[in-house]
Design a protein around this ligand. Structure first.
Ligand code: DGJ
Length: 752
């Protein structure tokens, strides 16, 4: 719900457990007042801090410049006094920087609009939860708006340039989350250059705050990091053209006592997959400001008169119940209001991917051998990974030449799909549409199609260049090739990979004053291509990937309901990677596979049962040569598949509770998934290293109904006992041991 109190000029956005409040100073400047626990409808205008004393003692009230440098502006602007990190800056044709935004108007409405060309959360009942193909068949106009959110659009203006800035705030009821985005329109008569347009800003007045981020690396994505926020700034950012392995478009301010179940959290997550910045700063007055948006470095967008720029969305979540409560808000929002399409709420097919089984060395016969054994075990889909096209036998060639290599796959995917379908399985394929190899026909024909700086040529990474998808003819050509392959056979799944960051971001097509637009135009092009794919193949299951989890972000989730989490498939390494990923993203979106042993990356041998248990907390599949496994292992795979079938709806839809963290305690990992009605739960416990002479571990369960009785390991226990007193898990023999403990309600509490 969103309200405006015209008397006091205060806006208030409520979700079931939170309130977000800001007011207008002097009827002109929107200033932040409060974000936190839900409040009643009281007047909070007194908290706006408009009467604070000035710093030069010689004057009695703050003059404009010192006011701007102090005031918690909702959308701070640069160049006219505020010397903290601001959200927006412009350069005029005269080369001058700076602007001043004041209130012009606002409107409040039910539901939420689409963000043109960008991924974004959507309102229930609105059209944009459907890929466009489904929309036209149901007709946009006929779709009832049964909105479960409301939106405030606040329009600000810069009187000198005629620029209008529309801040959109949406309050999502069930998910307890707020989203923000920004649109800039040039209502003036001259062009301006947007040199910075961030999407959101938040001010928090609380002492002792820490910053939580998710830095990492290739094969070590999203490691949780907390550090104290002192004076100055803390930044997490990417200028790699992708959200990246190294940093994650997420930042949260957390109280220093914060745990899984206690403490305050103010979290921001960016619905975008390219360059970003998130910056928290504590200023001279102990005020903390956090901003998030497209990275201003290497960004400059020319806005001609009447033109508009849409900046992506930021999701805000406040939790007064620690990290777990924050996680469940993000999961709910992303499951119900971001992921779309046919596979959104459906059980995903259990796949086997040939990458770690064969790498580039495969042919139809080898793939069919894998498929036959997989079908016997109950696996449902074969995915042909890298190496099926051009003459690619290693990673040196053929990207861009999206024609099947008939030497490896005679009869193409048509024959393979028929044979695989006869086994009762689906067929899926890997592609990397954003790239071009120097050794490819496409590059020989169009060397200028690679992103490059004049007179420098493109730079290689993994022996490949990045295609300049900002050019329409480039993305159309690649898309048409991809479409032809997908139309040639019954291909029901695509793994869309992206194996290197952007560099040399330039071309000879755009004029000099538009070169700073290329990185964002590139991202818009990727989104456009994926949207086309979903339109043309509505039942297709799309899985995004970027050298593992280099582009695992809410932007990509809008297009693909699942994303490959990491190239590191070692189950023990995955514990930390999955913990960081699950902090924000629902388990149904996390690509997790059982791979070979010893693991190809770490050389570690983990029991098959444990590998299966860890992969169950994701989309589940296999990435090994099943034809080389023992009969005993294949039987175990069948048992794992039964488990997946039994628990997948709970894992996909249930609430997630983290009990133990291997990356922090160095002993064990543990988490629970609990059904919405709390009648069923699944507890996963992993003992990483065995130790001698250890006591049993006492786990305090979470999320159960304290009054209900549950069956757990053949014993009957009350929810309150399991949650407050706990459960003893005896030490297991051997390293890397896992236990799955189902918990089922057997009796409801009946008051006497
Ligand atoms: C990187 C992906 O993460 C892997 O799973 C695999 O598909 C390779 N690329 C293929 O080149």
């Amino acid at each position: 719900m969103i309200q405006y109190d015209g008397t006091h000029q205060v806006f208030k956005l409520d979700t079931p457990h939170t309130s977000y409040v800001f007011g207008l100073a002097d009827g002109r400047y929107p200033g932040h007042i409060y974000y936190g626990k839900r409040l009643g409808d009281i007047d909070l205008a007194y908290l706006l801090r408009t009467d604070e004393r000035p710093w030069p003692p010689s004057v009695f009230s703050r003059e404009k410049v010192s006011f701007f440098d102090f005031y918690p502006m909702e959308y701070p602007f640069e160049g006219t006094g505020d010397c903290r990190e601001c959200c927006i800056n412009i350069r005029t044709e005269e080369g001058q920087e700076g602007l001043e935004l004041t209130y012009l108007s606002h409107r409040i409405y039910a539901g939420k609009k689409e963000l043109e060309g960008l991924p974004a959360t959507w309102s229930r009942g609105s059209a944009h939860n459907l890929p466009a193909a489904d929309r036209s068949s149901s007709g946009d106009g006929r779709l009832e708006e049964i909105a479960d959110c409301s939106t405030l659009e606040l329009t600000l203006q810069d009187e000198v340039t005629g620029l209008r800035v529309i801040l959109s705030y949406t309050a999502f009821e069930e998910a307890d989350a707020i989203t923000r985005s920004v649109r800039v329109e040039n209502g003036g008569v001259r062009s301006v250059y947007l040199t910075k347009v961030l999407s959101a800003c938040l001010h928090v007045e609380q002492e002792g705050l820490e910053v939580l981020t998710l830095p990492g690396s290739w094969s070590r994505e999203r490691m949780m990091q907390r550090q104290k926020l002192g004076y100055g700034s803390f930044v997490t950012e990417s200028i790699r053209g992708i959200s990246s392995h190294q940093d994650h478009p997420f930042m949260a301010l957390i109280s220093e006592n914060c745990t899984q179940t206690t403490g305050d959290i103010y979290a921001m997550n960016f619905v975008y997959s390219g360059n970003f910045i998130a910056k928290a700063m504590r200023d001279q007055f102990d005020q903390v400001r956090v901003v998030m948006g497209i990275h201003p470095d290497r960004f400059c967008w020319k806005l001609e008169p009447s033109a508009a720029f849409q900046a992506p969305e930021v999701v805000l979540v406040y939790s007064d119940g620690g990290l777990g409560k924050m996680t469940r808000s993000f999961h709910r929002l992303y499951r119900d209001h971001l992921i779309r399409g046919y596979w959104k709420d459906r059980e995903r097919p259990i796949l086997i991917n040939n990458w770690e089984a064969t790498y580039f060395d495969f042919n139809t016969e080898k793939l069919l051998e894998i498929a036959r054994e997989s079908a016997k075990a109950g696996i449902e889909m074969l995915v042909v990974d890298d190496g099926w096209f051009g003459y690619r036998d290693n990673d040196d060639s053929s990207l861009g030449d999206w024609q099947v290599n008939e030497n490896k796959l005679p009869g193409g995917f048509g024959y393979l799909a028929e044979e695989v379908n006869k086994l009762g399985m689906k067929l899926g394929i890997w592609v990397e549409p954003e790239m071009i190899s120097e050794d490819s026909d496409l590059y020989r024909e169009h060397p200028d199609w690679a992103l490059q700086l004049n007179n420098r040529g493109p730079g290689q990474c993994r022996a490949q260049y990045v295609l300049d998808l900002s050019r329409k003819e480039v993305r159309d050509t690649v898309y048409d090739r991809l479409k032809a392959v997908l139309s040639s056979a019954n291909i029901e799944y695509v793994k869309w990979d992206m194996n290197r960051p952007l560099s040399d971001v330039g071309n000879t097509i755009l004029p000099p004053d538009r070169q700073g637009e290329i990185a964002h135009r590139y991202m818009l092009a990727v989104y456009e291509m994926q949207e086309r794919l979903l339109q043309d193949f509505p039942g297709l299951l799309l899985e995004n990937c970027a050298s593992g989890g280099g582009r695992f972000d809410p932007g990509m989730l809008y297009y693909s309901p699942q994303i490959w989490c990491s190239d590191d498939t070692d189950a023990m390494e995955r514990l930390a990677i999955q913990e960081g990923t699950q902090l924000l993203y629902p388990l149904s979106s996390i690509g997790a596979h059982v791979s070979d042993c010893p693991n190809h990356m770490t050389g570690r041998s983990v029991p098959l049962e444990t590998r299966g248990t860890v992969a169950l907390a994701g989309t589940f599949g296999y990435e090994l040569d099943i034809t080389r496994l023992s009969e005993e292992d294949k039987c175990q795979i069948s048992e794992q598949i039964e488990l997946y079938k039994k628990y997948n709806s709970l894992i996909r839809e249930g609430d997630y509770y983290r009990l133990e963290s291997w990356q922090h305690n160095h002993v064990c990992d543990g988490y629970m998934i609990v059904s919405e009605d709390r009648s069923e739960a699944l507890l996963t416990y992993v003992q990483v290293l065995a130790k001698t002479n250890q006591k049993s571990r006492r786990l305090q369960l979470q999320g159960l109904n304290p009054e209900a009785f549950y069956d757990i390991d053949g014993k009957t226990c009350q929810g309150a006992v399991l949650m407050y007193a706990g459960l003893l898990i005896p030490p297991m023999s051997g390293d890397f041991q896992a236990k799955l403990i189902p918990i089922r309600q057997i009796q409801k509490f009946k008051p006497v």
